[in-house]
Design a protein around this ligand. Structure first.
Ligand SMILES: Nc1ncnc2c1ncn2[C@@H]1O[C@H](COP(=O)(O)OP(=O)(O)OP(=O)(O)O)[C@@H](O)[C@H]1O
Ligand SMILES: [Mg+2]
Length: 268
């Protein structure tokens, strides 16, 4: 199993949308995928129509009660994906965790025994430099950073890159930067085009070729508890996330598999 963490300490850059739909794209391409929600806001869970507050078995409980993660794995409602819900207790984990010394690697330790059961694991990280963010860095083989084409977003990247470098040195981990992915891009806007060009100039190959265009279909899908492939298979969002999955698989050096048939649903 290879683990991809979708991270950015900045809020609202498309992390959850990317984690859910990239996991769905991996699954469609035949990769058995585990999605893990690391955000106490539980957005990924809500996208799937699940309520972590009602769940007995969550990541937070596995950590706090030292239970095996396998107990918290459940169906996601999306074919080919299973999910671990984070749970609201993730918000206060720092204060409640029993062993602070091993806390920065607890996710990696919990994931270890389930590795043989999956091809890929996607981590939806919170928009903060919290314990779960650090755990995303220590558990991940690769990092994917969604970034919106705005000036402030581009500025935030500088501090994120420093944080990643510091984590590599301090925690002795070495997740690969799979890439920065531009999200919510509206190429009709001069500003979006300008920021995109600038990011590509500054970060070069680190910016993935495939960007995710702005589309209301991606905003609607969570309300129907569906991936973009089930909600609007003909939409630009479905096209973009499938192409992103192919590019990310290439960067992880995972051999491509044939795409499965999309589930029937309303077109764009
Ligand atoms: N390509 C897109 N087109 C249109 N809307 C989008 C797109 N990507 C994400 N959104 C919407 O933007 C909002 C923020 O996206 P999302 O929740 O994925 O960001 P996030 O980085 O996970 O946020 P947070 O930092 O709060 O966890 C959501 O309402 C989502 O539906
Ligand atoms: Mg999110």
């Amino acid at each position: 199993m290879q683990t991809v963490a979708v991270i950015n300490q900045k809020g609202g850059t498309g992390k959850t949308t990317t984690a859910v739909n990239l996991a769905a794209a991996f699954a469609q391409r035949g990769f058995w995928t585990l999605l893990v929600d690391l955000d106490p806001q539980s957005s990924a869970a809500y996208c799937l129509g699940l309520d972590p507050a009602r769940e007995e078995k969550t990541l937070a409980k596995a950590i706090l009660e030292d239970r095996p993660l396998v107990e918290a794995i459940r169906p996601s409602g999306i074919e080919g994906i299973e999910v671990v819900l984070g749970g609201p207790e993730l918000a206060t984990l720092e204060l409640r965790i029993k062993n602070p010394l091993t806390a920065v690697r607890v996710l990696a330790r919990l994931l270890d025994p389930v590795k043989p059961a999956y091809d890929l694991c996607v981590l939806d990280a919170p928009p903060s430099l919290s314990l779960m963010f650090t755990n995303a860095l220590t558990a991940a083989d690769g990092l994917l950073v969604p970034v919106t084409p705005s000036f402030l977003s581009a500025k935030g990247l500088e501090s994120l890159m420093t944080t990643i470098d510091e984590a590599r040195a301090d925690l002795q981990v070495n997740p690969a930067l799979l890439g920065l992915v531009l999200t919510m891009v509206d190429r009709r806007l001069g500003l979006d085009k300008e920021v995109e060009a600038n990011l590509r100039q500054v970060f070069g190959e680190q910016v993935l070729r495939q960007a995710i265009r702005l589309t209301v279909r991606l905003k609607e899908a969570p309300g129907h508890f569906r991936s973009i492939f089930a909600h609007a298979p003909g939409s630009s969002g479905a096209e973009d996330y499938d192409a992103l999955a192919v590019e990310v698989l290439g960067r992880m050096k995972l051999p491509e598999r044939a795409p499965a048939l999309a589930e029937p649903a309303a077109a764009d």
